[in-house]
Design a protein around this ligand. Structure first.
Ligand code: NAP
Length: 494
């Protein structure tokens, strides 16, 4: 008996599309790509809030094998990423494999048949696939703050992942909860026309200047006509990001000066942009640069000079029907509550769907009961024929596309070896997984996460066990080298 599909891919964002492109290159064309949303593009389909843009330059934040010469700016706005995703789906013939509004409820390894059963809401029977690839994203489960009385608020409530296009901030009294990368983009947009805008900050964020500009048509034409020029721009930018990541974050213990340089730059930026000394003090983080995802903006800090923008750092006690009450008893009347409260990465929602492997092993439970781990950030013992693209140690470098492409290379080597052996089943060995975990664990000690001062950062880089296992603590050069050369005997085949 054969399964219905060669592979089931969960997620139609850039990760899932990259995996599907790789599978097709490997000759697996009977694919099913499931996504709970009503369109493709993942985060770039869901997020539509004003101010949305990439914060990794677009020459790097795109597939290296599918450059787009027509980015309008160095940091392209969100809708251009959505358009790029549509273009990729068409060019690589992915659309016919996609099913939208398909909520995956769980997946179970069928030992007898040696395939995956994937339960989809509304379908009486699970779909079956020889391989299962999950690309559900890290930043995909919106976090709703657990604040007393929030359900009693009588005005407009919008989470940034569920933006209401008809909402007009002009003349409104707005409360924004959160000061992460999303809020940093949203706040200046709201501040322009809101009557009053109160920003509720729990933890400040490090912000550095954004060197952004329009890409002139002549340069776009050059990129289109002579692609090597865009490849050169990508190479320079990617190298710069790599130096920042390796020097400032991963080798913090050895190269602290890099990190201190970034801290000094962010502090100088704040000094130049915010007039009031007390406001500057409140906006200055008390943890090392890099503990929490820093961001780029030329407009966020400046917004706090405006008379209609207020920074509130006293914690929120409760929300009432018409306002927010802080712990000091003060109440700020608002008619709109904007939740820029981010995502739930690690708790019950990790991984995003329940995955049951060989012998009934529950992936999320096993991770929570043990150490968060995944061989090369993609494979887990007792989970045959399963590639988990959003795993501990999977995220490599600053651009998500570097992660995706190194994972595509890993798939190329793994599936190539299976073909060579005439096998259809793979499983990473427990020994290879343990060795990889030990190597990553040893490296964590050098990073800013463990050698710096991160205790007040409240950073999603840390898992529920307090270890910074989200990012792979090596250079992307190392990640690519491993993806192309890992010992094929790290897997067993059948
Ligand atoms: P985030 O970084 O997790 O920020 C969430 C914010 O909400 C934090 O300031 C958090 O405070 C606050 N918050 C959450 N619950 C709260 C509560 N109960 N009470 C008070 N404050 C609360 O989420 P995000 O801003 O959506 O960004 C997530 C990630 O998306 C970024 O790090 C970045 O990787 C990505 N992103 C990228 C871009 C881009 O340009 N490419 C744009 C936006 C986002 P604490 O810090 O105290 O928890």
């Amino acid at each position: 008996m054969e399964p219905q599909y060669d592979a089931v891919v969960v997620g139609a964002g850039f990760g899932g599309m990259g995996a599907a492109i790789q599978l097709k290159r490997l000759g697996l064309d009977n694919l099913l790509i499931l996504d709970r949303e009503d369109g493709l593009g993942g985060t770039w389909h869901v997020n539509r809030y004003p101010g949305l843009a990439v914060d990794i330059a677009s020459v790097t934040y795109s597939y290296s094998f599918e450059p787009n010469p027509y980015w309008s700016r160095l940091f392209a706005p969100g809708e251009e990423l959505k358009k790029y995703a549509e273009h990729v789906a068409d060019k690589y013939d992915l659309r016919r494999h996609m099913r939208f509004g398909a909520v995956v409820q769980g997946a179970r390894w069928d030992e007898g048949n040696q395939w995956w059963e994937v339960a989809v809401a509304g379908l009486a029977e699970p779909v079956t696939g020889r391989y299962l690839l999950t690309a559900t994203g890290f930043l995909s489960q919106p976090k709703m703050p657990d604040i007393e009385g929030i359900d009693t608020f009588a005005g407009t409530v919008i989470h940034t992942t569920d933006w209401d296009a008809s909402y007009n901030p002009a003349g409104r009294r707005i409360g924004v909860i959160g000061t992460g990368a999303t809020a940093v983009q949203l706040i200046p947009e709201m501040a322009r026309t809101a009557a009053e805008l109160t920003v509720y900050q729990r933890t400040p964020i490090w912000v550095v200047p954004k060197v952004d500009f329009r890409i002139p048509k002549s340069v776009q034409a050059l990129f289109a006509g002579l692609p090597v020029t865009q490849r050169a721009a990508r190479y320079v930018n990617t190298t710069l990001l790599e130096v920042l990541m390796v020097g400032g974050v991963l080798h913090y213990r050895q190269l602290r000066a890099f990190n201190l340089g970034a801290t000094a730059l962010a502090k100088a930026h704040l000094r130049m942009q915010v007039r009031n000394k007390e406001t500057r003090r409140k906006l200055t983080p008390g943890y090392s640069f890099g503990c929490k995802r820093p961001t780029f903006s030329n407009t966020f800090f400046k917004a706090f000079n405006e008379p209609n923008v207020h920074l509130e750092t006293t914690s929120i006690a409760r929300v009432e029907a018409d306002g927010i009450v802080t712990a000091d008893g003060n109440k700020t009347p608002i008619d709109t509550l904007l939740l820029a409260t981010g995502f739930d990465l690690w708790q019950a929602n990790f991984p995003a769907i329940e995955i049951i492997g060989r012998g009934g092993r529950n992936l999320g439970q096993w991770w929570r009961d043990n150490v968060f781990q995944a061989y090369e950030g993609v494979a887990v013992p007792k989970f045959p024929n399963f590639i988990s693209l959003n795993s501990p140690y999977s995220y490599s470098g600053l651009s998500y596309f570097l992660t995706i492409e190194s994972q595509m290379k890993h798939m190329h080597r793994l599936f190539g070896e299976m073909r060579r052996r005439g096998a259809t089943t793979f499983e990473v060995t427990a020994e290879a997984n343990a060795q990889f975990l030990e190597r990553m664990s040893n490296r964590l000690g050098d990073t800013v996460f463990h050698a710096g001062s991160c205790s007040t950062a409240r950073s999603y880089y840390f898992d529920p066990h307090g270890r910074a296992t989200l990012l792979r603590p090596t250079s992307t050069v190392d990640a690519f080298r491993d993806a192309e050369n890992f010992p094929v005997t790290d897997y067993s085949y059948a």
